[in-house]
Every structure is written in C-alpha cells, then in structure tokens.
Design a protein around this ligand. Structure first.
Ligand SMILES: C[S@@+](CC[C@H](N)C(=O)[O-])C[C@H]1O[C@@H](n2cnc3c(N)ncnc32)[C@H](O)[C@@H]1O
Length: 194
C-alpha cells in the first residue's frame, strides 16, 4: 500500500472515531525514530505495540529487533488491524484486533521488554487510559520500558503515578509536535495508577 493509501485509510479511521484515533496523520518517521531511541528496542525479545494504526512504528520495530523476537501489535479499529495484518508478512508479528486494556490475556503470562504506545490517552473514554496504563505496567518485564507518544503533556502526571520513573523529550518534526515519554517501574516510587 502506498503512503497516500495508508494516510487516507488513517484519515477515514479518524473521521469515524476521532477521539479513539486522536490524530489526522500517522506519526512522522523522524518522531518514530526519536521514540524508539528512548529504549533498547534492538535487544528486546518481546515488544508490545499499542494503537498500531497504519504500522509506522510496527515496521520500524521489526527492522530493529532480532530474528527470534516477537511483536504483538494491538489495534482496536478492525479495518486498520486487517490492513496491517495483510500488508506486513513477517512471522515475528501478531496483529491483535482488541483493546490494549486486554494485553495480559494475549500474553498468556509472558512479559514485554518494551511497550510502545501511541493511543491518545487524553481523548479516550473515561477510565480506559488508566486501565491501559495499569495493564501495561502489569506486563512490563523487570528493567523494561514503556514508550508513550502524546500530543500534550496532560498524561505525564498519570505516567509518573503509574511507573515512578518518567523521562520526557519533545519531537518537533511531527504534525503536531509530539511529547515522548520513556516510563520505567521505579520500585521506590509508583504502586500502580490512582
Ligand atoms: C494516534 S493513532 C497512532 C497510530 C500509529 N501508531 C501512528 O503512530 O501513526 C492511535 C491509534 O490507537 C488506536 N487505539 C485507540 N484506542 C485503542 C485501544 N484501546 N486499544 C488498541 N488500539 C487503540 C486507534 O484506533 C489508532 O489507530
């Protein structure tokens, strides 16, 4: 699928469910790279992606991980999930058309070394963002990191409450400019989202 084709698919999804998608364009390549530079994705054995959309993060994650690593990509929009599954023929990838709040069910007791999220926490239905953060924290491997892309800093306080350790950077070459977070569980700090 051409870049134009995947952009119009993304825009259709936004027009149908603007609060669920939260952006009119997929994330820029530069911002995807800025995000993934915040954790050692190359050495991850299992990566969970939340809100895969047209796969801009998915492709870059697959390009970085090793041959034995796995990516579970969650996408709640059935049309986007179907297209992603059809477009990327890589045995390391499983596209899951379910809410990221159900991540534990799909991991069957396993953990994720890196979680990459682009879901728009501030516009999701009440309580869902918190559920996704708690579910993500619960499956994060010791020493692992959750990378979060947002278009505002409003979720930062909830990230700090959930994980304890939160590093932030801004990626200006995106429409709109993005706030990027790397969250790690600080055993002296967070005890789950409140
Ligand atoms: C801002 S878009 C990001 C898409 C893509 N990762 C990118 O960076 O271009 C957010 C995506 O999250 C998906 N999404 C929203 N809520 C979700 C949920 N609870 N579980 C899984 N995906 C979700 C939306 O359908 C949308 O594709």
């Amino acid at each position: 699928m051409s870049r134009g084709g995947s952009r119009s698919r993304f825009l259709r999804s936004f027009l149908t469910s603007p609060r669920q998608v939260g952006a009119v364009l997929p994330t820029s390549r530069r911002t995807v790279r800025d995000t993934l530079a915040m954790a050692p994705v190359e050495s991850a054995r299992r990566v969970v992606e939340i809100g895969a959309g047209t796969g801009v993060y998915t492709r870059e994650i697959l390009a970085r991980i090793g041959p034995e690593a796995r990516v579970l990509a969650f996408e709640i929009d059935p049309a986007l999930a179907r297209a992603l599954d059809a477009e990327i023929a890589d045995p390391r990838l499983s596209v899951i058309n379910d809410s990221a709040a159900e991540v534990a069910k799909h991991l069957n007791g396993a953990t994720a070394d890196v979680i990459v999220s682009a879901v728009p926490f501030t516009s999701l239905p009440p309580g869902l963002g918190r559920k996704i953060l708690e579910a993500s924290r619960a499956v994060l491997a010791p020493g692992g990191a959750m990378l979060v892309l947002q278009y505002s800093p409003f979720v930062e306080i909830q990230l700090k409450r959930t994980f304890g350790s939160v590093q932030r950077r801004i990626s200006p070459l995106n429409v709109p400019p993005a706030f990027l977070y790397a969250c790690r569980i600080d055993s002296n700090g967070a005890a789950g989202a409140r």
